[in-house]
Design a protein around this ligand. Structure first.
Ligand code: ADP
Ligand code: F6P
Length: 328
């Protein structure tokens, strides 16, 4: 199809993620390299609906590749669930001359892009979330930084846990998904990892595991609990009462969403941002960029949203087997 895109808009939506700035920078610079105008839409779909739209040039994205957060700000905007506002969002694009729109966010944000494309605006989604919970892709912008941040924090908790011979329950983010918990489980060598996708709510098993470890002389017991299970503080109280081992809960929270992006997040987000512009220039719409089998690829948004994924069974199995220091 002919390259008839003149102006590309870019917005970030949903929870922010480190690397979003690298993606914005790539969209802006690649668009300019291809002779397009660029507009930045502030505060996600909320900013699109209210017309909070700014002109961007190559200089607007200087000195941001290394920064966490998103310079365009982000928001959750419930009005976008209403077809009347979805049409209004498309009309706002038209009013501002935006004929191609890049949406950086998660599945919810892609649904917004899908609806806007139905009203004649070409849209491309980029997977931006620390949760890694987008089915069509093995990589999401921000996961690598977030999981490294969580890993470093858990190492620190482990130091004090060992000094005090305590059990520590550390809650990591991920909404309903356990990818951050699973990766930290392996990277931190946690004794137990509780994933929403796998947890059987058998607390007695955890209690027995802690007591067995104590008998073998273990000085700490790290339980990584995914946010999707939650209730870490009450769990800590019950475990302390049942084991007699002092137990503390630490909820890592939003610190996992901040910080300077890792090299991987900068490079992958930059590649995806540039690819989004190339796809728009090829006349593509209602697509989402993903990373599969070592390649950057794109999928129809409807198909991408219908896909499912689960934590890797082998990774889950080794997460448990490798943390076992019991000598037969
Ligand atoms: P994420 O994009 O990280 O999954 P949310 O699920 O909160 O985060 O979605 C972000 C925003 O995307 C919402 O606040 C809303 O503006 C828009 N959105 C979510 N679901 C839909 C939908 N079904 N239709 C249109 N827009 C949606
Ligand atoms: O989707 C990213 C995420 O950080 C989830 O891990 C978490 O459940 C959610 O966003 C928190 O959202 P908020 O910042 O709106 O509390």
């Amino acid at each position: 199809m002919a390259d008839n895109i003149k102006t590309i808009g870019v917005l970030t939506s949903g929870g922010d993620a480190p690397g979003m700035n690298a993606a914005i920078r790539a969209v802006v610079r690649q668009a300019i390299a291809r002779g397009k105008k660029v507009k930045g839409i502030r505060r996600g779909y909320a900013g699109l609906l209210s017309g909070d739209i700014i002109d961007m040039n190559a200089h607007s994205v200087s000195d941001i590749i290394q920064k966490g957060g998103t310079i365009l700000q982000t928001a959750r905007c419930l009005e976008m669930l209403d077809p009347e506002y979805q049409e209004k969002a498309a009309n706002m694009c038209k009013e501002h001359g935006i004929d191609g729109l890049v949406v950086i966010g998660g599945d919810g944000s892609f649904k917004g892009a899908q609806k806007i494309s139905h009203f004649g605006i070409n849209t491309i989604g980029l997977p931006g979330t620390i949760d890694l919970d987008i089915a069509c892709t093995e990589y999401t912008i921000g996961f690598d930084t977030a999981v490294n941040t969580a890993m470093e924090a858990i190492d620190k908790v482990r130091d004090t846990s060992t000094s005090h011979e305590r059990c520590s329950i550390i809650e990591v983010m991920g909404r309903g998904a356990g990818y951050i918990a699973l990766w930290c489980g392996i990277a931190n060598g946690a004794e137990d990892v509780l994933l929403p996708e796998r947890y059987d709510f058998d607390e007695q098993k955890l209690v027995n595991h802690i007591i067995d470890g104590r008998k073998r002389g273990k000085q700490h017991h790290i339980i990584i609990n995914a946010e999707g299970i939650g209730h870490s503080s009450s769990m800590a109280k019950r475990i302390e009462a049942a084991t007699g081992v002092e137990t503390r809960a630490t909820i890592l929270g939003h610190m996992q969403r901040g910080g300077s992006p890792t090299c991987k997040d900068r490079v992958y987000a930059s590649t995806m941002g540039a690819l989004a512009v190339d796809l728009l220039c090829e006349g593509k719409t209602n697509r989402v960029v993903g990373y599969k089998n070592g390649q950057f690829v794109d999928f129809d948004i409807d198909e991408a949203l219908a896909m499912h994924k689960d934590v890797d069974e082998y990774q889950f199995a080794i997460c448990n087997s490798l943390s076992n220091d019991y000598q037969h």
